[in-house]
Design a protein around this ligand. Sequence first.
Ligand SMILES: *Cc1c(COP(=O)(O)O)cnc(C)c1O
Length: 400
Amino acid sequence: MFEADAAGSLLIGGRPAADLVEEAGGTPLFAYDRSVVETKIARLRAALPAEVQLHYAIKANPFAPLLSHIAARVDGLDVASGGELAMALETGTDPGDISFAGPGKGDDELDAAIAAGVTLNLESEGEMERALGIAAERGRQVRAAVRINPPFDLKGSGMKMGGGAKPFGVDAERVPAMARRLVAAGADFRGYHVFAGSQNLRAEAITEAQAAGISLIAELVRETGVDAPEANIGGGFGLPYFPGETPLDLDRVGADLGRLLEGRGKELAGTRFTVELGRYIAGECGVYLTRVIDRKSSDGQVFLITDGGLHHQLAASGNFGTVIRRNYPLAKASAFAAPAEETVNVVGRLCTPLDKLGEKVELPRAEPGDLIAVFMAGAYGRTASPEAFLGHPPAREIFV
Ligand SMILES: *Cc1c(COP(=O)(O)O)cnc(C)c1O
């Protein structure tokens, strides 16, 4: 996705990494390349059936310039807090195209969602009753779907979100009573939300989960006799973060979903289907740029100490939902794609052995002052990292 100029400098958004650092005022810096995001969305549009709505899950990356760029190119936004709700509304997205999931919505958040008219993906009976109560007090209608805790999970996912006891959603057998209650209470019942897992690279596993989600929703419509105008069937499309991983066969996922929707029963004929993605849209556009502060050796190994670390980019250190630590792709920004000259350890500046950005990576020789680029930093980077840990300044961000 990234290339070098004639001098060997890494280009992000068509500009050398060092220029971006200068413009942003220094390192560490998250630089996001708009053309990469546009390419990803275009590929999704080409692969997915035309009738499927594409939503962006803001928690992957809420940086305002990036978010508004994405918001203008997808069909809706999924939020998981009152803070994200405010950011989503700020983009000018139609509230009817925003959905709000999350297992612990406070009364203030329910109130804000009802006032704005976004779709609440209800996660429990208790939350439903609180929402109905708040709406009645306000003299407003609740716009709501029910999030189902599916009796299956997305096989081989980096993060499982369904199957068995879970804090997310409502066990399938209790969902019909909620749908009936919402309709009886005069809510604008929107349908269902199923999210079975995340970070999956296997097309057949994603198709299997989508098929199970669609048939579960069809069954609920038959059982309740209540139509589902909307069905959010989750996402889980993964990215190949590590060498040797095979990218997801997106065309196959899209073709399979097309067949599933063609073959759906008449109870879902009028249902609009949505896929919600975070990392698949934003993950690859981001590069985390840090500067080498010190170069030292210990017990025969070279350590490049950078001015960044896990307080900005926890995922690259292997401490964000990873079982075995592996290196994210790394490069010396001024000699991108140049042949490796040595094996080094690239670490952050925090006083903890957890703060590794690259263990035994092959790089061209780098000295203090050189920029190191850590790729795959567009999703779950800055906002998913313990920024206050050790009191270093936050990373800068730039959208080009
Ligand atoms: C986190 C989350 C997503 C986005 O997951 P990605 O792996 O980034 O695509 C989508 N939907 C829900 C409900 C989520 O919690």
